[in-house]
Design a protein around this ligand. Structure first.
Ligand code: NAG
Ligand code: NAG
Length: 386
């Protein structure tokens, strides 16, 4: 009897909750197909994308912009601009293809611009194809990137595949609080300036578990960045993970932590590059637990990135740690710390073990105006003085 009463009471209290939930929950899906997208790979679907986005953006509650699988959407340069009243998700399941160079139209710095949306989530294992091969032969052309997130705070992006960008693949600017994971970026090692991920003027950015193969930096951390954490990146081919280039303007980068990454067949590995006539700083930067396989120059600081030798102020490089790099390099110099007359200070090299990919060949460490502490390194780096 008692259990019957309990049961009735439970039902009486729980059931209304379910009804309430189903009546008032607003998790609506806005499929681009319902807004007229053809998904045949030929028809320009950009207007359908914009209309579906606008409806999803002004909805109440959670709304999903759905780009369904088993379709190829041909899309002209596109801007998805907030703010949105909804808590917006973009479910990218299908493939989106960019126009070729001749059909792209007026120059824009990016093909897809997502701007001014807070709390956005992007997921699904769809593909963004930048049609880069139509652009690469023209190295001096102004070429667009594939996708840019600008002024998006509390952003989450996962399982995105980006291929063959005309220039950089993914750019993050003016964002605070973003988490990127399981991103796959693929372009040929010979494709010009095809950075994987470019970050600028952003704070509290996490990038994890991603695979990047490209013709330039796998990840580049540019001016105005702080609190950037990068881990679990499989990089190569490409130019490694870079801080910079810094100093075109007054540029500052601080509190960057890069760990558990693989550099396979990359030209560089961990690199800080600054212009000799620039100003600003790069400080509190750590690269650690890096596995190298035939990386050409695994550890580099270059204060002369634009080749000038006259340093005015220079970009100050301080408090930089390279720890537990292990594996092989193909150049004579495994470690090259080339600092301007103002010097790099508080550089730490600790427990690195980098050997030549040619059995029996020695590799070297070179220092120019570099100060700090070297402990337990192969190659020996006693050129680093206090
Ligand atoms: C790096 O390579 C090792 C050995 O091949 C592998 O076990 C590990 O998962 C790789 N890490 C990343 C981040 O790809
Ligand atoms: C992120 O990087 C900062 C240093 O910039 C470090 O103190 C912190 O532990 C890192 N967080 C994680 C989760 O790795």
């Amino acid at each position: 009897m008692q259990s019957l009463i309990t049961c009735v009471l439970v039902i009486a209290f729980i059931l209304p909750c379910f009804c309430y939930e189903s009546n008032f929950r607003t998790n609506s899906a806005y499929s681009v197909i319902d807004y007229g997208a053809k998904g045949d790979g030929k028809t320009d679907d950009s207007q359908a994308f914009v209309k579906a986005f606008q409806s999803a953006c002004k909805a109440q509650g959670t709304a999903s912009l759905v780009i369904p699988s088993n379709h190829v959407f041909f899309v002209s340069p596109l801007t998805l601009k907030g703010p949105c009243s909804s808590s917006l998700q973009i479910q990218l399941q299908g493939k989106i293809v960019a126009p070729s160079k001749s059909a792209f139209g007026q120059y824009r710095y990016t093909w897809i611009l997502i701007t001014n949306i807070n709390g956005l989530t992007v997921n699904g294992n769809g593909v963004l194809d930048g049609s880069g091969s139509t652009w690469w032969p023209c190295k001096n052309c102004q070429r667009p990137s594939v996708i840019s997130f600008n002024s998006c705070n509390q952003l989450t992006v996962s399982y995105l595949n980006i291929v063959n960008s005309p220039r950089g693949h993914l750019s993050i600017s003016n964002c605070q609080g973003a988490h990127f994971s399981y991103i796959s970026i693929t372009a040929p090692g010979s494709s010009p300036n095809t950075d994987g991920i470019d970050i600028s003027d952003s704070k509290n950015i996490f990038i994890t578990y991603s695979k990047i193969a490209s013709g330039d930096d796998c990840i580049a951390v540019g001016g105005g960045c702080s609190y950037i954490n990068i881990s679990g990146i499989d990089c190569g081919p490409g130019h490694g993970i870079s801080i910079g280039s810094l100093g075109k303007h007054y540029d500052t980068v601080s509190d960057v932590h890069i760990q558990n990454c693989n550099f396979t067949g990359t030209t560089n590995g961990a690199r800080i590059k600054t212009f000799s006539d620039g100003s600003g700083y790069a400080k509190r930067i750590t690269f650690e637990k890096i596995t190298l396989s035939q990386a050409r120059n695994p550890i580099i600081i270059n204060n002369f990135y634009n080749g000038q030798d006259a340093i005015q102020n220079g970009v100050q490089v301080r408090d930089v740690t390279f720890r537990e790099f292990k594996g092989t390099c193909t150049d004579d110099y495994a470690i090259d710390l080339n600092c301007g007359p103002t010097g790099c200070v508080d550089i730490v090299l600790d427990q690195n073990n980098i050997v030549s990919s040619e059995p029996g060949k020695k590799v070297l460490c070179s220092c120019n105006n570099a100060h700090g502490k070297a402990t337990n390194n192969v190659p020996d780096c006693s050129c680093l003085k206090p």
